[in-house]
Unconditional design. Structure first.
Length: 575
């Protein structure tokens, strides 16, 4: 294979996927896509369903999930006449397509001279598909039917003709049908961008060269991933953690991972993980596998993302566990369970490759949904806020402060956009000082913010990691855990499940206060450079007591405090 041609073709395919991401983000009506980037686009092998390439602007948690969805859909479509030009399939059944009901997956075939050459797929989060709580996050859900409408794999477009009966069914089950229609149009229309790009590649290189390049891309990514795995010492590496509760019963849910390295192959074994939860802290098996690949991508970022990366890895995921949900188990807690799978991989492989694996990042997206009717026009709204938080430190560096979730990269909606669209006002939005785990390398700090309601609203929160904060590595300290508090009619209230609450009735002037975890520290705190401790103190990231008692930097701190005031940001809240 000519390396120049291979590099140009690979770059061209990836650029088309990036272009599709950007078109979808710019065209979508809902801020969960246009602001948060909760979407993805990719291309897949027509026979095996393996990923050929995926855009870089969407969420990593769809990294392998769309491949598994496409592979399952290939078998389903074969029994219904196969793929035809102009078809667009749609599915959100989480036991087939993973994640949760709000993540809609669409698949469209691409033909060249009448022969199927590739499958295009995208995923987009739709703000509301019914269910007992607006937005689809239902902390007290005990079955999937509480979370919204399930769409089995079916043709939304058959040979270019839209199935208006399906569209009518979907809009009838949404609190915001107009927004749903706008996001649907954005997702279906973006396939034209992919077809246009592939048409240009086919015209330039021809089908044979492109097919050879795709095959070589998969082979090379597999070889590269195997080379990284081969550098990990052979052995079995185990890590244990737990979820606080499932939102229904206040009982811990254990999660266990054993990673076995044999030569250039890996096995992820989740035997010992809790059986399926009664509440929504469950995910499908394909989502579990996808998050393991996200973790590997964090550890080995140079490997190009395609199906070849997945070939050296095997899985053991106990059927019927919280990581292999089956109907009718609810899955709304996917946003939290997925993040913790990433941390579990870091924790297990930290025993083998501590020079690469970081401490745990914040493992909860703590999704807050604020919903109601606008007092000025009566229109229904649902605002969704996924947490930012702190990343774990590594041997190389301190953890990132105020980062997007490492498994999804979903952005926090801008305050200006929020206050423009919804009857809310942010009282404060700031770094959560002191929340990063102590260590030779300090964990990143989380974020704290308060949202004041300007009208009657319903607020739901679905998070975790109050009782199980992000862990440190190699002697580093754990980060601060999650913290949620409501101020209702002047009185503070913490939900019984701590980080989970459903449809809390708020009035104008009430507030919800949220504080995301930081990241774990790496290495012994006593080994941190005194100058770095003083810099953290000056920046307000730690206080003087932490500098003295945790890091042992006493004389320098005393002189600093006596000689000049430590820099501290004003804490006056907005009014």
């Amino acid at each position: 294979m000519d390396p120049v041609t291979l590099a140009v073709v690979r770059g061209g395919i990836e650029q088309i996927a990036d272009e599709m991401d950007l078109h979808l983000i710019h065209a979508a009506l809902s801020p969960i896509i246009s602001e948060t980037n909760d979407c993805a686009n990719g291309f897949f092998h027509p026979d095996t369903g393996e990923t050929i390439a995926q855009g870089g602007y969407g969420l990593p948690q769809f990294l392998a999930n769309m491949q598994f969805t496409v592979q399952r859909l290939i078998a389903i479509a074969a029994g219904q006449g196969g793929f035809r030009p102009g078809d667009i399939w749609i599915v959100n059944d989480p036991y087939i397509s993973g994640t949760h009901l709000n993540d809609i997956v669409m698949v469209s075939p691409y033909f060249v001279d009448g022969k199927l050459f590739a499958l295009f797929a995208n995923t987009g989060h739709w703000m509301d598909l019914g269910g007992s709580a607006p937005g689809g996050w239902v902390p007290r859900a005990t079955e999937i039917y509480h979370e919204g409408i399930t769409i089995p794999p079916l043709r939304l477009y058959a040979e270019g003709v839209r199935n208006d009966a399906v569209v009518a069914m979907l809009t009838a089950n949404s609190r915001m049908p107009d927004q749903l229609l706008g996001d649907m149009a954005a997702m279906t229309n973006v396939f034209a961008v992919g077809r246009r790009g592939f048409d240009m590649l086919v015209e330039r290189y021809g089908v044979t060269v492109l097919s050879d390049c795709v095959a070589e891309m998969l082979v090379r990514s597999e070889a590269e991933m195997r080379s990284y795995i081969a550098d990990i010492p052979d052995g079995r590496y185990v890590f244990d953690d737990f979820f606080d509760n499932d939102g229904v019963s206040d009982v811990r849910l254990p999660i266990r991972l054993a990673v076995t390295v044999t030569g250039d192959s890996l096995e992820f074994d989740f035997t010992g993980t809790a059986p399926a939860a009664r509440g929504p802290m469950n995910i499908a098996d394909c989502t579990t596998r996808s998050m393991c690949f996200v973790a590997l991508k964090h550890l080995f970022p140079d490997v190009p993302v395609n199906g070849g990366v997945f070939r050296p890895v095997r899985f053991v995921i106990p059927e019927g566990s919280i990581l292999a949900a089956q109907r009718p188990r609810p899955v709304g807690g996917t946003t939290d369970v997925t993040q913790r799978v990433v941390a579990m991989v870091f924790g297990a492989l930290g025993h083998a490759i501590p020079e690469i694996a970081p401490a745990a990042a914040f493992g909860t997206t703590g999704v807050v949904t604020v919903s109601g009717s606008r007092p000025d026009n009566g229109n229904y709204y649902v605002a969704v806020y996924p947490y930012p938080g702190g990343y774990g430190a590594s041997r190389q560096s301190d953890g990132l402060v105020n980062g997007t979730p490492p498994g999804s990269m979903a952005k926090f909606m801008s305050i200006e956009m929020s206050e423009h669209r919804y009857p809310v006002r942010f009282g404060y939005y700031r770094i959560r000082e002191g929340s990063g785990g102590a260590g030779a390398r300090r964990g990143g700090c989380g974020t704290e913010y308060g949202i004041e309601m300007l009208a009657d609203t319903l607020v739901s929160v679905l998070g975790d990691q109050v009782d199980s904060p992000p862990f440190g590595a190699m002697g580093g300290g754990a980060a601060a855990g999650n913290a949620i508090r409501f101020t209702l009619r002047g009185q503070d209230w913490v939900p019984p499940m701590r980080s989970k609450a459903e449809k809390v009735a708020c009035q104008a002037g009430d507030m919800v206060h949220l504080a995301s975890p930081g990241g774990g520290g790496f290495g012994l705190p006593a080994e941190r450079e005194p100058g770095a401790v003083i810099a953290d103190l000056n920046a307000g990231i730690i206080d003087a007591a932490t500098a003295r008692d945790t890091y042992g930097v006493k004389g320098e701190v005393d002189r600093l405090v006596l000689d000049r005031p430590v820099y501290k940001r004003p804490r006056q809240e907005l009014v």
